[in-house]
Design a binder for this molecule. Sequence first.
Ligand code: ATP
Ligand code: MG
Length: 410
Amino acid sequence: MNDILPGEVETWQFLEATAHEVFGAYGFSEIRIPAVEKTELFSRSIGETTDIVEKEMYTFDDKGGNSLTLRPEGTAPVMRSFIQHRLHNLDPVSKLYYMGPMFRYERPQKGRYRQFHQIGAEVLGVEDAKIDAQVLAMLYQYFCRIGIEAVSLQVNSLGCPVCRPNYRQNLIGYLEARLEKLCPDCQRRYQNNPLRVLDCKSAGCKVAIADAPSVVEHLCADCDQHFEQVQKYLQTLDIPFVLNARMARGLDYYVRTTFELVTDQLGSQNAVAAGGRYDGLVESLGGPPLPGIGFAIGVERLVLMKGEQRVAPATPQLFIAALGDEAADRAFVLMSALQRSGVRAEMDYLGKSLKAQMRRANKLHAAYTLILGEEELASGKAQLKNMSDGSQSQVDLVGLADILLQRLQG
Ligand code: ATP
Ligand code: MG
Protein backbone atom coordinates (compact mmCIF):
# COMPACT_ATOMS: atom_id res chain seq x y z
CA MET A 1 0.00 0.00 0.00
CA ASN A 2 1.55 3.22 -1.14
CA ASP A 3 1.71 6.80 0.03
CA ILE A 4 1.20 9.25 -2.78
CA LEU A 5 3.39 12.23 -2.04
CA PRO A 6 3.54 15.80 -3.35
CA GLY A 7 5.46 15.64 -6.60
CA GLU A 8 3.55 12.54 -7.63
CA VAL A 9 0.07 13.54 -6.50
CA GLU A 10 -0.14 16.20 -9.22
CA THR A 11 -0.20 13.43 -11.83
CA TRP A 12 -3.02 11.75 -9.90
CA GLN A 13 -4.96 14.99 -9.75
CA PHE A 14 -4.53 15.42 -13.50
CA LEU A 15 -5.71 11.86 -14.19
CA GLU A 16 -8.74 12.34 -11.94
CA ALA A 17 -9.64 15.80 -13.24
CA THR A 18 -9.46 14.54 -16.82
CA ALA A 19 -11.78 11.64 -15.93
CA HIS A 20 -14.34 14.05 -14.45
CA GLU A 21 -14.16 16.14 -17.59
CA VAL A 22 -14.24 13.37 -20.22
CA PHE A 23 -16.82 11.19 -18.46
CA GLY A 24 -18.97 14.26 -17.83
CA ALA A 25 -19.04 14.99 -21.56
CA TYR A 26 -20.37 11.47 -22.15
CA GLY A 27 -23.21 12.03 -19.69
CA PHE A 28 -21.81 10.11 -16.72
CA SER A 29 -22.38 11.15 -13.10
CA GLU A 30 -20.03 10.36 -10.27
CA ILE A 31 -21.13 7.99 -7.52
CA ARG A 32 -19.22 7.58 -4.24
CA ILE A 33 -19.55 4.30 -2.46
CA PRO A 34 -18.15 2.98 0.83
CA ALA A 35 -14.80 1.19 0.94
CA VAL A 36 -16.39 -1.74 2.83
CA GLU A 37 -19.31 -3.99 1.92
CA LYS A 38 -20.82 -7.22 3.16
CA THR A 39 -18.58 -10.09 2.07
CA GLU A 40 -21.41 -11.95 0.34
CA LEU A 41 -21.86 -9.10 -2.14
CA PHE A 42 -18.46 -9.94 -3.61
CA SER A 43 -18.57 -13.71 -3.32
CA ARG A 44 -21.97 -13.80 -5.04
CA SER A 45 -21.14 -11.42 -7.87
CA ILE A 46 -17.44 -11.92 -8.63
CA GLY A 47 -17.71 -15.70 -8.19
CA GLU A 48 -16.56 -18.18 -5.55
CA THR A 49 -13.90 -19.77 -7.74
CA THR A 50 -12.21 -16.56 -8.88
CA ASP A 51 -8.74 -15.47 -7.74
CA ILE A 52 -10.23 -12.43 -6.06
CA VAL A 53 -12.70 -14.33 -3.91
CA GLU A 54 -10.53 -17.40 -3.35
CA LYS A 55 -7.43 -15.63 -2.14
CA GLU A 56 -7.29 -11.86 -2.55
CA MET A 57 -9.99 -10.38 -0.33
CA TYR A 58 -9.42 -8.48 2.90
CA THR A 59 -12.24 -10.00 4.90
CA PHE A 60 -12.94 -9.54 8.61
CA ASP A 61 -15.72 -9.84 11.15
CA ASP A 62 -16.85 -6.57 12.67
CA LYS A 63 -17.83 -6.27 16.33
CA GLY A 64 -21.40 -7.23 15.46
CA GLY A 65 -20.22 -10.50 13.93
CA ASN A 66 -20.90 -9.45 10.32
CA SER A 67 -18.45 -10.56 7.69
CA LEU A 68 -17.21 -7.46 5.87
CA THR A 69 -14.74 -7.04 3.05
CA LEU A 70 -12.66 -4.11 1.83
CA ARG A 71 -13.91 -3.67 -1.71
CA PRO A 72 -11.67 -5.46 -4.24
CA GLU A 73 -13.46 -3.80 -7.16
CA GLY A 74 -16.14 -1.19 -7.78
CA THR A 75 -18.81 -2.77 -9.96
CA ALA A 76 -20.54 -4.90 -7.32
CA PRO A 77 -20.76 -2.02 -4.79
CA VAL A 78 -22.13 0.31 -7.50
CA MET A 79 -24.78 -2.32 -8.35
CA ARG A 80 -25.64 -2.69 -4.66
CA SER A 81 -26.08 1.07 -4.37
CA PHE A 82 -28.02 1.29 -7.65
CA ILE A 83 -30.48 -1.35 -6.46
CA GLN A 84 -30.76 -0.01 -2.92
CA HIS A 85 -31.57 3.53 -4.08
CA ARG A 86 -33.68 2.41 -7.06
CA LEU A 87 -31.73 4.62 -9.42
CA HIS A 88 -33.47 2.96 -12.37
CA ASN A 89 -36.61 4.90 -11.39
CA LEU A 90 -34.85 8.18 -12.15
CA ASP A 91 -34.01 7.35 -15.74
CA PRO A 92 -34.14 4.14 -17.80
CA VAL A 93 -30.45 4.62 -18.59
CA SER A 94 -27.95 5.14 -15.76
CA LYS A 95 -24.39 6.21 -16.52
CA LEU A 96 -22.24 6.20 -13.40
CA TYR A 97 -18.54 6.49 -12.67
CA TYR A 98 -16.40 6.20 -9.57
CA MET A 99 -12.82 6.52 -8.49
CA GLY A 100 -11.03 5.38 -5.40
CA PRO A 101 -8.99 2.72 -3.63
CA MET A 102 -9.53 -1.03 -4.05
CA PHE A 103 -7.96 -3.75 -1.91
CA ARG A 104 -6.61 -7.13 -2.94
CA TYR A 105 -4.21 -9.32 -1.05
CA GLU A 106 -1.82 -9.92 -3.96
CA ARG A 107 1.90 -10.50 -4.27
CA PRO A 108 3.16 -6.91 -4.51
CA GLN A 109 5.33 -6.06 -7.51
CA LYS A 110 5.62 -3.27 -10.06
CA GLY A 111 2.08 -2.34 -11.11
CA ARG A 112 0.49 -4.70 -8.57
CA TYR A 113 -0.28 -3.49 -5.06
CA ARG A 114 -2.56 -4.39 -2.17
CA GLN A 115 -4.25 -1.03 -2.08
CA PHE A 116 -4.57 0.30 -5.60
CA HIS A 117 -6.89 2.75 -7.30
CA GLN A 118 -9.41 2.41 -10.04
CA ILE A 119 -11.36 4.85 -12.12
CA GLY A 120 -14.38 2.99 -13.37
CA ALA A 121 -17.61 3.57 -15.27
CA GLU A 122 -20.87 1.62 -15.58
CA VAL A 123 -23.91 1.93 -17.83
CA LEU A 124 -27.14 0.23 -16.80
CA GLY A 125 -30.26 -0.28 -18.87
CA VAL A 126 -28.98 -0.60 -22.44
CA GLU A 127 -28.50 -3.78 -24.43
CA ASP A 128 -27.89 -2.02 -27.75
CA ALA A 129 -24.35 -2.40 -29.09
CA LYS A 130 -24.15 1.35 -29.50
CA ILE A 131 -23.55 1.64 -25.77
CA ASP A 132 -20.71 -0.92 -25.89
CA ALA A 133 -19.07 1.19 -28.57
CA GLN A 134 -19.75 4.39 -26.67
CA VAL A 135 -18.19 3.08 -23.47
CA LEU A 136 -15.13 2.02 -25.45
CA ALA A 137 -15.05 5.35 -27.27
CA MET A 138 -15.07 7.13 -23.92
CA LEU A 139 -12.26 4.95 -22.62
CA TYR A 140 -10.28 5.59 -25.80
CA GLN A 141 -10.92 9.33 -25.58
CA TYR A 142 -9.75 9.32 -21.97
CA PHE A 143 -6.46 7.71 -22.94
CA CYS A 144 -6.00 10.24 -25.76
CA ARG A 145 -6.63 13.10 -23.35
CA ILE A 146 -4.17 11.86 -20.72
CA GLY A 147 -1.56 11.36 -23.42
CA ILE A 148 -1.10 7.60 -23.13
CA GLU A 149 -1.07 6.13 -26.61
CA ALA A 150 0.98 2.95 -26.23
CA VAL A 151 -2.07 0.80 -25.56
CA SER A 152 -4.01 -1.63 -27.66
CA LEU A 153 -7.71 -2.28 -27.24
CA GLN A 154 -8.51 -5.97 -27.34
CA VAL A 155 -12.12 -7.04 -27.56
CA ASN A 156 -13.90 -10.34 -27.36
CA SER A 157 -17.36 -11.73 -26.74
CA LEU A 158 -17.88 -14.32 -24.02
CA GLY A 159 -21.37 -15.27 -25.17
CA CYS A 160 -24.38 -15.58 -22.90
CA PRO A 161 -26.14 -18.25 -20.78
CA VAL A 162 -27.54 -19.67 -24.04
CA CYS A 163 -24.29 -20.27 -25.90
CA ARG A 164 -21.64 -20.36 -23.20
CA PRO A 165 -22.47 -23.80 -21.75
CA ASN A 166 -21.71 -25.38 -25.10
CA TYR A 167 -18.42 -23.52 -25.37
CA ARG A 168 -17.58 -24.35 -21.77
CA GLN A 169 -18.02 -28.04 -22.46
CA ASN A 170 -15.75 -27.78 -25.48
CA LEU A 171 -13.12 -25.95 -23.49
CA ILE A 172 -13.26 -28.46 -20.63
CA GLY A 173 -12.65 -31.24 -23.13
CA TYR A 174 -9.68 -29.36 -24.57
CA LEU A 175 -8.19 -28.66 -21.13
CA GLU A 176 -8.71 -32.24 -19.98
CA ALA A 177 -6.36 -33.40 -22.73
CA ARG A 178 -3.66 -30.99 -21.46
CA LEU A 179 -4.19 -31.28 -17.76
CA GLU A 180 -0.55 -31.94 -16.83
CA LYS A 181 0.50 -28.61 -18.38
CA LEU A 182 -1.87 -26.55 -16.21
CA CYS A 183 -0.89 -24.88 -12.93
CA PRO A 184 -2.25 -26.52 -9.74
CA ASP A 185 -4.95 -23.84 -9.36
CA CYS A 186 -6.26 -24.44 -12.85
CA GLN A 187 -6.05 -28.22 -12.51
CA ARG A 188 -8.32 -27.86 -9.53
CA ARG A 189 -10.82 -25.42 -11.01
CA TYR A 190 -10.90 -26.12 -14.74
CA GLN A 191 -14.10 -28.16 -14.37
CA ASN A 192 -15.96 -25.53 -12.38
CA ASN A 193 -14.50 -22.53 -14.11
CA PRO A 194 -12.73 -23.41 -17.37
CA LEU A 195 -12.71 -19.81 -18.62
CA ARG A 196 -10.50 -18.88 -15.71
CA VAL A 197 -7.70 -20.89 -17.29
CA LEU A 198 -7.76 -18.50 -20.27
CA ASP A 199 -7.06 -15.62 -17.88
CA CYS A 200 -4.36 -17.45 -15.87
CA LYS A 201 -0.97 -15.72 -15.64
CA SER A 202 1.11 -18.91 -15.24
CA ALA A 203 3.43 -19.70 -18.13
CA GLY A 204 2.30 -23.32 -18.42
CA CYS A 205 -1.35 -22.36 -18.71
CA LYS A 206 -0.53 -19.73 -21.31
CA VAL A 207 1.14 -22.36 -23.48
CA ALA A 208 -1.60 -24.91 -22.86
CA ILE A 209 -4.38 -22.60 -24.06
CA ALA A 210 -2.59 -21.46 -27.23
CA ASP A 211 -4.89 -23.51 -29.47
CA ALA A 212 -7.91 -23.56 -27.20
CA PRO A 213 -11.30 -23.39 -28.93
CA SER A 214 -12.36 -19.82 -29.46
CA VAL A 215 -15.51 -18.52 -27.86
CA VAL A 216 -16.50 -16.35 -30.82
CA GLU A 217 -16.91 -19.48 -32.92
CA HIS A 218 -19.47 -20.77 -30.45
CA LEU A 219 -21.68 -17.70 -30.12
CA CYS A 220 -25.43 -18.07 -30.58
CA ALA A 221 -27.08 -16.01 -33.32
CA ASP A 222 -28.04 -13.17 -30.94
CA CYS A 223 -24.59 -12.87 -29.38
CA ASP A 224 -22.95 -13.15 -32.77
CA GLN A 225 -25.07 -10.34 -34.15
CA HIS A 226 -24.51 -8.19 -31.07
CA PHE A 227 -20.75 -8.62 -31.32
CA GLU A 228 -20.82 -7.84 -35.06
CA GLN A 229 -22.65 -4.62 -34.26
CA VAL A 230 -20.18 -3.65 -31.55
CA GLN A 231 -17.35 -4.02 -34.05
CA LYS A 232 -19.28 -2.14 -36.72
CA TYR A 233 -19.88 0.81 -34.39
CA LEU A 234 -16.27 0.82 -33.25
CA GLN A 235 -15.26 1.09 -36.90
CA THR A 236 -17.81 3.86 -37.44
CA LEU A 237 -16.24 5.80 -34.58
CA ASP A 238 -12.69 5.09 -35.79
CA ILE A 239 -11.72 3.34 -32.58
CA PRO A 240 -8.78 1.01 -33.30
CA PHE A 241 -9.18 -2.46 -31.78
CA VAL A 242 -8.07 -6.04 -32.21
CA LEU A 243 -10.16 -9.12 -31.76
CA ASN A 244 -8.65 -11.38 -29.10
CA ALA A 245 -10.79 -14.50 -29.09
CA ARG A 246 -8.83 -16.02 -26.19
CA MET A 247 -9.36 -13.20 -23.76
CA ALA A 248 -11.45 -14.07 -20.71
CA ARG A 249 -11.86 -12.00 -17.60
CA GLY A 250 -11.07 -12.78 -13.97
CA LEU A 251 -14.62 -12.17 -12.76
CA ASP A 252 -17.57 -14.46 -13.34
CA TYR A 253 -20.25 -11.90 -14.06
CA TYR A 254 -19.09 -10.99 -17.56
CA VAL A 255 -21.13 -11.91 -20.65
CA ARG A 256 -20.91 -10.89 -24.31
CA THR A 257 -18.57 -7.95 -24.95
CA THR A 258 -15.38 -7.99 -22.90
CA PHE A 259 -12.26 -5.92 -23.42
CA GLU A 260 -8.85 -5.00 -22.13
CA LEU A 261 -6.52 -2.14 -22.82
CA VAL A 262 -3.05 -3.65 -22.82
CA THR A 263 0.44 -2.23 -23.05
CA ASP A 264 3.86 -3.76 -23.53
CA GLN A 265 5.47 -1.14 -21.26
CA LEU A 266 4.65 -2.67 -17.88
CA GLY A 267 6.07 -6.19 -18.06
CA SER A 268 3.61 -8.83 -17.00
CA GLN A 269 1.20 -6.27 -15.50
CA ASN A 270 0.09 -5.52 -19.04
CA ALA A 271 -3.57 -4.56 -18.53
CA VAL A 272 -4.20 -0.89 -17.79
CA ALA A 273 -7.97 -1.10 -18.06
CA ALA A 274 -10.51 -3.84 -18.46
CA GLY A 275 -14.21 -4.42 -18.50
CA GLY A 276 -17.22 -5.80 -20.26
CA ARG A 277 -20.91 -6.57 -20.16
CA TYR A 278 -22.59 -8.04 -17.10
CA ASP A 279 -26.20 -8.35 -18.23
CA GLY A 280 -27.43 -10.70 -15.49
CA LEU A 281 -25.65 -9.08 -12.56
CA VAL A 282 -28.21 -6.52 -11.37
CA GLU A 283 -30.97 -9.10 -11.34
CA SER A 284 -28.84 -11.71 -9.59
CA LEU A 285 -28.20 -9.18 -6.81
CA GLY A 286 -31.94 -8.64 -6.31
CA GLY A 287 -32.52 -5.74 -8.69
CA PRO A 288 -34.52 -5.38 -11.91
CA PRO A 289 -33.42 -7.38 -14.98
CA LEU A 290 -31.30 -4.62 -16.47
CA PRO A 291 -28.29 -5.15 -18.73
CA GLY A 292 -25.04 -3.46 -17.80
CA ILE A 293 -21.57 -2.74 -19.10
CA GLY A 294 -18.53 -1.07 -17.58
CA PHE A 295 -14.80 -0.86 -17.17
CA ALA A 296 -12.15 -0.09 -14.58
CA ILE A 297 -8.82 1.63 -15.18
CA GLY A 298 -5.82 0.89 -12.94
CA VAL A 299 -4.54 4.33 -11.91
CA GLU A 300 -1.14 3.17 -10.60
CA ARG A 301 -0.43 1.65 -14.00
CA LEU A 302 -1.34 4.93 -15.69
CA VAL A 303 1.03 6.79 -13.39
CA LEU A 304 3.80 4.29 -14.20
CA MET A 305 3.15 4.77 -17.90
CA LYS A 306 3.26 8.53 -17.59
CA GLY A 307 6.82 7.96 -16.33
CA GLU A 308 8.94 10.99 -17.16
CA GLN A 309 5.99 13.01 -18.40
CA ARG A 310 4.57 13.48 -14.94
CA VAL A 311 2.70 16.64 -14.12
CA ALA A 312 5.00 19.16 -12.44
CA PRO A 313 3.96 20.53 -9.04
CA ALA A 314 2.75 24.12 -9.02
CA THR A 315 5.47 26.61 -8.00
CA PRO A 316 5.01 30.05 -6.38
CA GLN A 317 4.36 32.84 -8.84
CA LEU A 318 5.82 35.31 -6.39
CA PHE A 319 8.13 35.08 -3.41
CA ILE A 320 8.23 38.18 -1.23
CA ALA A 321 11.54 38.56 0.55
CA ALA A 322 11.21 40.96 3.46
CA LEU A 323 13.85 42.46 5.71
CA GLY A 324 12.78 43.75 9.14
CA ASP A 325 9.52 43.47 11.06
CA GLU A 326 7.74 46.34 9.36
CA ALA A 327 8.56 45.04 5.90
CA ALA A 328 7.53 41.53 6.95
CA ASP A 329 4.13 42.82 8.08
CA ARG A 330 3.71 44.66 4.78
CA ALA A 331 4.78 41.52 2.88
CA PHE A 332 2.26 39.49 4.87
CA VAL A 333 -0.65 41.76 3.91
CA LEU A 334 0.45 41.86 0.28
CA MET A 335 0.90 38.09 0.11
CA SER A 336 -2.54 37.51 1.65
CA ALA A 337 -4.23 39.86 -0.84
CA LEU A 338 -2.57 38.05 -3.74
CA GLN A 339 -3.49 34.61 -2.40
CA ARG A 340 -7.12 35.70 -2.08
CA SER A 341 -7.01 36.59 -5.76
CA GLY A 342 -5.64 33.18 -6.64
CA VAL A 343 -1.98 34.09 -7.08
CA ARG A 344 0.42 31.56 -5.61
CA ALA A 345 2.41 33.85 -3.32
CA GLU A 346 4.91 32.83 -0.64
CA MET A 347 7.11 34.53 1.95
CA ASP A 348 9.50 33.76 4.79
CA TYR A 349 8.08 33.01 8.25
CA LEU A 350 11.33 32.12 9.99
CA GLY A 351 13.14 35.48 10.20
CA LYS A 352 15.84 34.34 7.74
CA SER A 353 18.47 36.58 6.19
CA LEU A 354 17.81 38.12 2.79
CA LYS A 355 20.31 35.72 1.25
CA ALA A 356 18.58 32.69 2.79
CA GLN A 357 15.20 33.98 1.63
CA MET A 358 16.49 34.34 -1.94
CA ARG A 359 17.93 30.84 -1.78
CA ARG A 360 14.54 29.50 -0.78
CA ALA A 361 12.80 31.48 -3.53
CA ASN A 362 15.20 29.81 -5.97
CA LYS A 363 14.67 26.38 -4.53
CA LEU A 364 10.89 26.76 -4.72
CA HIS A 365 11.27 27.85 -8.37
CA ALA A 366 9.36 31.08 -7.75
CA ALA A 367 8.70 32.91 -11.01
CA TYR A 368 9.22 36.37 -9.46
CA THR A 369 10.60 37.76 -6.24
CA LEU A 370 9.90 41.09 -4.66
CA ILE A 371 12.33 42.52 -2.16
CA LEU A 372 10.89 44.69 0.62
CA GLY A 373 13.29 46.47 3.03
CA GLU A 374 13.44 49.75 4.96
CA GLU A 375 14.57 51.57 1.85
CA GLU A 376 11.64 50.28 -0.19
CA LEU A 377 9.15 51.20 2.48
CA ALA A 378 10.64 54.72 2.67
CA SER A 379 10.73 55.34 -1.08
CA GLY A 380 7.42 53.57 -1.78
CA LYS A 381 9.07 51.63 -4.61
CA ALA A 382 10.44 48.11 -4.86
CA GLN A 383 12.21 45.86 -7.35
CA LEU A 384 10.35 42.97 -8.93
CA LYS A 385 12.79 40.35 -10.14
CA ASN A 386 12.01 37.88 -12.90
CA MET A 387 13.81 34.78 -11.68
CA SER A 388 14.08 33.08 -15.05
CA ASP A 389 16.03 35.86 -16.81
CA GLY A 390 17.19 37.94 -13.84
CA SER A 391 15.63 41.14 -15.21
CA GLN A 392 14.30 43.66 -12.68
CA SER A 393 11.63 46.28 -12.87
CA GLN A 394 10.59 48.94 -10.43
CA VAL A 395 7.03 48.83 -9.04
CA ASP A 396 5.07 51.23 -6.80
CA LEU A 397 4.08 49.89 -3.40
CA VAL A 398 0.77 51.78 -3.57
CA GLY A 399 -1.72 49.59 -5.40
CA LEU A 400 0.95 46.90 -5.69
CA ALA A 401 -1.43 43.97 -5.33
CA ASP A 402 -3.35 45.13 -8.42
CA ILE A 403 -0.18 45.77 -10.41
CA LEU A 404 1.20 42.34 -9.53
CA LEU A 405 -2.10 40.67 -10.28
CA GLN A 406 -2.08 42.16 -13.75
CA ARG A 407 1.51 41.19 -14.34
CA LEU A 408 1.35 37.66 -12.88
CA GLN A 409 -1.99 36.64 -14.32
CA GLY A 410 -1.50 38.42 -17.66
P1 ATP B 1 -4.58 -8.43 -13.64
O1 ATP B 1 -4.87 -9.33 -14.78
O2 ATP B 1 -3.42 -7.49 -13.87
O3 ATP B 1 -4.52 -9.14 -12.31
P2 ATP B 1 -7.33 -8.01 -13.16
O4 ATP B 1 -7.95 -8.73 -14.30
O5 ATP B 1 -7.30 -8.65 -11.83
O6 ATP B 1 -5.85 -7.50 -13.57
P3 ATP B 1 -9.47 -6.09 -13.01
O7 ATP B 1 -10.13 -6.70 -11.86
O8 ATP B 1 -10.06 -6.21 -14.34
O9 ATP B 1 -7.95 -6.55 -13.06
O10 ATP B 1 -9.18 -4.55 -12.70
C1 ATP B 1 -9.06 -3.56 -13.73
C2 ATP B 1 -7.69 -2.91 -13.72
O11 ATP B 1 -7.27 -2.59 -12.39
C3 ATP B 1 -6.58 -3.78 -14.23
O12 ATP B 1 -6.54 -3.76 -15.63
C4 ATP B 1 -5.36 -3.15 -13.62
O13 ATP B 1 -4.94 -2.02 -14.40
C5 ATP B 1 -5.86 -2.67 -12.30
N1 ATP B 1 -5.46 -3.58 -11.21
C6 ATP B 1 -6.03 -4.76 -10.87
N2 ATP B 1 -5.41 -5.30 -9.80
C7 ATP B 1 -4.42 -4.42 -9.45
C8 ATP B 1 -3.44 -4.39 -8.40
N3 ATP B 1 -3.35 -5.34 -7.48
N4 ATP B 1 -2.60 -3.33 -8.36
C9 ATP B 1 -2.67 -2.33 -9.27
N5 ATP B 1 -3.58 -2.30 -10.26
C10 ATP B 1 -4.45 -3.32 -10.35
MG1 MG C 1 -5.85 -9.75 -10.80
